[in-house]
Design a binder for this molecule. Structure first.
Ligand code: DOR
Ligand code: ZN
Ligand code: ZN
Length: 410
């Protein structure tokens, strides 16, 4: 297969012919003499996204999402690789549970995937199956705060594994928030900063700070040399947004100052990774008293489209978006994706800057059926390829269950 058009290469858009052979890019050329049929695109051809932080709820809570609906939603938003978190019900904290989850995902995934294990006393055995582990420094949906597991952390980091931390310090939680402003006070900024600082007492290695929500947290993580992840919801919303329980998320939406600072860090290209923290709960689960509502928002399908609109508006550089959604997260996972380059997988998202639309819940593909970004302007990819195969063609999802691969088998 050959795809041709304005192509993103090393921060620039240039006219190229991309030849694809057995799922990989075999050449990227300025001109091509061929009798083969060429798929021409006159928008932009970008590397598709890698989202290293999603919660697809499978197994355990498949009424919220499952591996098929989650990866379908990802694909329609231009994401062709996901890394799924281990706070399932029950949590993925043993070899058996992780093996079972790999079995489920191999049958249902439409995009490629990796699975995190929950750091636990079973870590060493689980490392036969994954090198990604998650540590919750505070309790969140379905998991308790971690107890002392530094030896296990050392085992992961010593063998070039990757540790992602949910950074909040429960000791600093106070009161019971009854709305988003109150929730921001209940799990205050300082609790994030203290938790990030405590990572210095964990073994050396690839430590990653998930969903940084504060300026001080960002600065602490950077100065300690950790990779920093930010979510679209912390970039788009403050605690003043009228979302009520639908905006409840851990860590909470913050005030103006943090929000403004994070946006600046983002626009200056200082953040390593943009990840959705796609955490679907159903509309009826969310539409309850604030204090009873589960924390978490969906977002895997809207992340790249929102950012492409931000590029179209001239607010964000295209290279910032591609770096944070595609190139850097792919490097973190150690996969040959995130660049349009010979030898890399042909994972591509084809956008047209003229196709601006308002996000509508009915057009999204997550099982949860709602989005905090409804009504926002966005540009969805018209075509999406994973390893050279169409997953989305002309805005229609045409992928199938089981086509996605475990990235460690690629
Ligand atoms: O708001 C959150 N929701 N934060 C988390 O850490 C977990 C997530 C979920 O799984 O619902
Ligand atoms: Zn988290
Ligand atoms: Zn999360």
């Amino acid at each position: 297969m050959i795809i041709s058009g304005p192509t993103y290469i090393d921060g620039e858009i240039v006219s190229r012919y991309i030849s694809i052979d057995e799922g990989k890019i075999s050449s990227v050329e300025r001109a091509l003499k061929t009798t083969e049929e060429i798929f021409y695109w006159d928008g932009v051809i970008l590397p598709s996204g890698t989202d290293i932080h999603v919660h697809f709820r499978d197994p355990g809570q498949t009424h919220k999402e499952d591996f098929y609906t989650g990866t379908r939603s990802a694909a329609c938003g231009g994401i062709t690789t996901v890394a799924d978190m281990p706070n399932n019900d029950p949590p993925i904290d043993s070899y058996g549970r992780l093996k079972e989850k790999f079995k489920i995902s191999s049958k249902k995934a439409c995009t490629d995937y990796a699975l995190y294990g929950l750091l636990s006393t079973n870590t060493e055995k689980m490392m036969e199956l994954t090198r990604l582990f998650k540590v919750y420094l505070a309790g969140s949906t379905g998991v308790e705060k971690v107890t002392d597991l530094k030896d296990e952390a050392n085992t992961v980091l010593d063998s070039d594994g990757f540790l992602a931390f949910h950074c909040e310090d429960e000791e600093l939680f106070k009161g019971k928030g009854e709305d988003l402003v109150g929730y921001n006070k209940e799990r205050p900024s300082l609790s994030e900063v203290k938790a990030i600082e405590s990572l210095a007492t964990w073994p050396e290695g690839k430590k990653h700070v998930c969903h940084v929500s504060t300026d001080a947290g960002f600065k602490a993580a950077k100065s300690l040399g950790y990779s920093v992840e930010v979510t679209p919801h912390h970039l788009y919303f403050t605690d003043e947004v009228i979302l009520g329980p639908f905006g409840k998320v851990n860590p909470p939406l913050r005030g103006d100052k943090d929000h403004f600072a994070l946006t600046e860090h983002f626009e200056r290209d200082e953040i390593d990774v943009l990840a959705s923290d796609h955490a679907p709960h159903t509309e009826s689960e969310k539409m309850v008293d604030f204090s009873e509502a589960p924390a978490g928002l969906p977002g895997v399908e809207t992340m790249y489209p929102l950012m492409m609109n931000s590029v179209a508006m001239g607010e964000t550089a295209l290279s910032t978006v591609v770096d944070m959604i595609s190139t850097k997260p792919s490097e973190i996972l150690g996969i040959k994706k995130g660049k349009i380059k010979e030898g890399f997988f042909a994972d591509l998202a084809l956008f047209d800057f003229r196709e601006v639309e308002n996000i509508m819940n009915e057009r999204l593909h997550s099982k949860c059926g709602w989005s905090p970004f409804e009504g926002f302007r966005a540009i969805f990819p018209r075509h999406v390829f994973c390893r050279g195969e169409f997953l989305v063609k002309n805005r229609e999802f045409i992928g199938s269950k089981g086509e996605g691969k475990n990235i460690s088998l690629l």
